[in-house]
Write a protein that binds this ligand. Structure first.
Ligand SMILES: Cc1cc2nc3c(=O)[nH]c(=O)nc-3n(C[C@H](O)[C@H](O)[C@H](O)COP(=O)(O)O)c2cc1C
Length: 202
């Protein structure tokens, strides 16, 4: 029984969320693995975006191959917002999963989503909601965060987190890294997916 944490990140925020997910699983005796979706932007563009330095922190994480997905019993899929939707590198990765769809290889596997945006109202929830669609086409089972997570009710400070998935807010210049509360929700969602996957594969 193993959970795949498949992420794309430009500046490292979603990588930190992925690490929190892995920790949440490991602390509870559930096996997990982080895989990175292939970058699709050329280095010259990444350099102009100021992302090359940040990517050194996760450049050496094992690349996700489409065929690897069959090896996992549940998933966290993590990506930053691009204009209120999933980042295109992740979408490109999903575009190569047609054969898995055809064979039904992912049917019945639970998944949770992580997203990130620069601002609190920059489209985190639209990203989570629209990104469910391809996974539902794969026959997978969506897992959100339940109302028992008290951090979802914070209304006094800027914090990510949604019933539809764990989120983080990076600020326009990327200076805000995932907060304790955001990492905790990331860990809680991964654990929820892990426990459901355990029951489904029992
Ligand atoms: C092309 C582009 C589009 C973006 N669109 C949005 C957006 O619609 N709303 C928003 O709040 N942030 C937007 N962002 C900011 C990213 O979501 C933010 O940099 C990301 O969540 C940081 O996560 P990462 O470090 O894991 O890449 C955009 C960034 C880029 C490069």
């Amino acid at each position: 029984m193993k959970i795949g944490i498949i992420f794309y990140s430009t500046y490292g925020h979603l990588y930190q969320m992925a690490q929190a997910a892995l920790n949440g699983l490991k602390e509870n005796g559930i096996d997990g693995e982080i895989l990175r979706v292939q970058e699709t932007l050329p280095d010259e563009v990444l350099e102009k975006m100021g992302a090359l330095e940040a990517q050194k922190a996760f450049n050496n994480v094992k690349k996700a191959e489409v065929d690897d997905l069959v090896n996992y019993d549940g998933f966290i899929f993590a990506f930053p917002t691009r204009f209120g939707n999933m980042a295109s590198a992740f979408s490109t990765f999903l575009g190569a999963t047609g054969q898995l769809w055809q064979s039904g290889a992912l049917i019945g596997k639970p998944f949770g989503l992580f997203a990130g945006s620069a601002t609190q109202h920059g489209g985190q929830e639209s990203t989570l909601l629209t990104s469910m669609v391809p996974f539902i086409h794969h026959g997978m089972l969506f897992v959100g965060l339940p109302q028992s997570e008290q951090a979802l009710f914070n209304s006094t400070s800027v914090e990510g987190g949604s019933f539809y998935g764990a989120t983080t807010i990076s600020a326009g210049d990327g200076s805000r890294m995932p907060s304790e509360s955001e990492l905790k929700l990331a860990s809680a969602l991964a654990l929820r997916v892990g426990k459901i996957a355990e029951k489904l594969s029992a």
